[in-house]
Design a protein around this ligand. Structure first.
Ligand code: NI
Length: 456
C-alpha cells in the first residue's frame, strides 16, 4: 500500500513579528498562519470580551481581554515547543520525545482554545444553554468562518486536527497536555495575567523555572524532579487566586444580578411583554434557543451592556432595577451557608418577599468550589491528568506522593456556598424604614444566631 504523505503548508513570515505584552514582554510570531489567525474577525472579537467578566467590579484593574490571554497562551506554548525542540528532539519515531512537526497544530490550538467564549460566558451560558466549548469547535471547523479558511490553507484536515487538540482527542498527548492539563499553558497564562491585572500578587509563580523543568515523555508531559518546588509554588498560587480573586463574593454577587436580569428579560419575552427594540432583536434568537453562529459572533461585552443600558430605562420595574444595579455596581449582600443554616433559607426568602422583593430575582444561592490539585483518582467522573515528576532513573512519580505541601491541599474541595439578598434588607434608618421589623428579624438570623455572617 502506498503511504499517503500529507504535505502541510507551513509558511514562515519573512521577518518575525512581535506583540508587546505586560506578562511575557514580547510575544513572537514566526508563522504566517498565526498572524493570519490573529487578524480574523472571530479572533479580533476577543478584544471586546473581558477575560474576567464581573471580577472588574471588585478588582477594577481586571479589564484585560480574552484576546490578551489567548496570545499569552500561544506564547507559553511556543516557548514549550522551543524548549522541547532544543533539549528533547525526537530522533526515531516512537522514542517518546518531541516531534517538531507537531508545533504548528499546538500553536494554533493554543491561540484558538477560547475563541468560542461569549460575553459574560459563565452566566450567559447558564441562562441560554449556550456552550463556549462547542462554539470554539464550530468556529474552527465551520467553512463559513475566517478562522477555518486560514487553517485550511495549511491542509484540508488541519482545522479538524486543531479542533481535536482542544477536544483532547488528538493522538499526541504531549500536544494535548500543553493546552489542557493541571499545569498547562492556559492556566499558567491566566494565573499570571489575572494576578497582574487584578493587582494582587497571589497568582505569581516562577514560569521561567517551570518552563525549564518541563519535559516530554511517551504519554505526555512530565517535570524533572528538581523542579518540584516550582510546581508546588504554582499549585499554591492557583489555590490562592481561587480563594482570593475568582471566588470573591462581590464579583459573584454581580454575577447573580446579571443572571437575574437575563432571567427577567427571558420571562418577559416569553410572556410577550418585552418591548421590541435593539436589545429584543439582539437576544431574540437566544430567548428562542435557536441561533446561528453569525448571531452568536455578534455578541460581545459592548453589545450586552448596551442591552442592559436600554433595559435600565424600560417600563418593567424589576428589569429596570436589576439593570441599574448591574450598570451602577450595586452588589447584593451575601452570607455563607452551611449545613446548619441551610434550613433558614426559606424563612429568609419569606422575609425578602415581605419586604417587597421577588426572591426569584432578588435572592439566590451561589456556590464556587475548586480542587486546588486533583491527584489521580480513576473512580472520578472526569479523572484529571496528574502531575508527574521524572526521577533521575527515568521513572515517574505523582506529585502529591512526594510533596507534603501539595498533599495537604490535594483532592480537597475548597470554596463556599453563599446566600445573596438585597442590601436593603440590612438598611437602617433610610427611607425604607417601614420594613424595619422585617430587617430586624432578618438580621437576627444573620447576627444573633451566629449561624450565618454577612460580608461587605
Ligand atoms: Ni483560556
Amino acid at each position: 500500500m502506498k503511504e499517503v504523505i500529507i504535505i502541510q503548508n507551513i509558511e514562515l513570515l519573512p521577518m518575525e513579528k512581535v506583540l508587546r505584552d505586560p506578562i511575557h514582554n514580547y510575544i513572537y510570531i514566526q508563522h504566517k498562519v498565526i498572524l493570519d489567525l490573529i487578524n480574523t474577525r472571530e479572533f479580533q472579537r476577543l478584544r471586546r470580551i473581558k477575560q474576567l467578566g464581573t471580577t472588574s467590579y471588585t478588582f477594577h484593574g481586571a479589564e484585560h481581554s480574552r484576546f490578551s490571554h489567548s496570545v499569552g497562551v500561544y506564547e507559553i506554548t511556543r516557548k514549550i515547543c522551543d524548549l522541547f525542540q532544543r533539549n528533547y528532539a525526537s530522533k526515531t519515531a516512537g522514542d517518546g520525545l518531541w516531534n517538531d512537526n507537531e508545533r504548528l497544530v499546538a500553536l494554533c490550538a493554543a491561540l484558538l482554545h477560547d475563541v468560542g467564549h461569549g460575553a459574560y460566558s459563565h452566566t450567559f451560558e447558564h441562562i441560554f444553554n449556550t456552550d463556549h466549548e462547542k462554539m470554539t469547535q464550530l468556529i474552527i471547523t465551520s467553512p463559513d468562518t475566517e478562522v477555518n479558511q486560514v487553517l485550511r490553507q495549511v491542509s484540508d484536515d488541519f482545522p479538524e486536527k486543531v479542533a481535536s487538540v482542544i477536544a483532547k482527542t488528538y493522538p499526541n498527548q504531549q500536544v494535548v497536555q500543553m493546552i489542557s492539563s493541571q499545569i498547562d499553558a492556559d492556566r499558567m497564562d491566566y494565573l499570571l495575567r489575572d494576578s497582574y491585572f487584578t493587582g494582587t500578587n497571589y497568582g505569581s509563580f516562577d514560569l521561567t523555572r517551570i518552563l525549564r523543568v518541563m519535559r516530554p515523555y511517551q504519554d505526555g508531559i512530565a517535570f524533572n524532579f528538581s523542579g518540584m518546588h516550582a510546581v508546588e509554588d504554582y499549585i499554591v498560587s492557583r489555590f490562592q487566586m481561587y480563594q482570593q480573586v475568582y471566588f470573591h463574593p462581590v464579583s459573584r454577587s454581580m454575577e447573580v444580578i446579571l443572571s437575574s436580569l437575563l432571567k427577567r428579560a427571558k420571562d418577559l419575552y416569553e410572556n410577550g411583554q418585552l418591548t421590541h427594540d435593539f436589545a429584543y432583536e439582539t437576544l431574540k434568537p437566544f430567548f428562542d434557543n435557536h441561533f446561528t453562529l453569525e448571531q452568536y459572533l455578534k455578541l460581545d461585552d459592548g453589545v450586552l451592556n448596551t442591552c442592559f443600558s436600554i433595559w435600565s430605562e424600560c417600563d418593567d420595574q424589576i428589569l429596570k432595577d436589576l439593570c441599574q444595579r448591574f450598570l451602577n455596581r450595586k452588589p447584593l449582600k451575601s452570607a455563607k451557608v452551611s449545613d446548619q443554616t441551610r434550613g433558614l433559607l426559606p424563612k429568609l426568602r419569606a422575609l425578602i418577599t415581605e419586604a417587597g422583593f421577588n426572591p426569584y430575582y432578588y435572592a439566590a444561592t451561589n456556590d464556587s468550589f475548586d480542587l486546588p490539585y486533583d491527584s489521580y483518582n480513576p473512580a472520578s467522573n472526569k479523572p484529571q491528568t496528574q502531575i508527574e515528576l521524572m526521577q533521575s532513573d527515568g521513572s515517574l512519580i505523582e506529585l502529591s506522593t512526594v510533596s507534603e505541601l501539595v498533599n495537604a491541599i490535594s483532592g480537597k474541595i475548597l470554596g463556599d456556598e453563599r446566600f445573596f439578598f438585597p442590601k436593603e434588607m440590612l438598611a437602617k434608618g433610610n427611607q425604607l424604614e417601614i420594613f424595619t421589623p422585617v430587617y430586624q428579624e432578618f438580621e437576627r438570623y444573620l447576627h444573633n444566631d451566629r449561624l450565618i455572617f454577612p460580608t461587605d
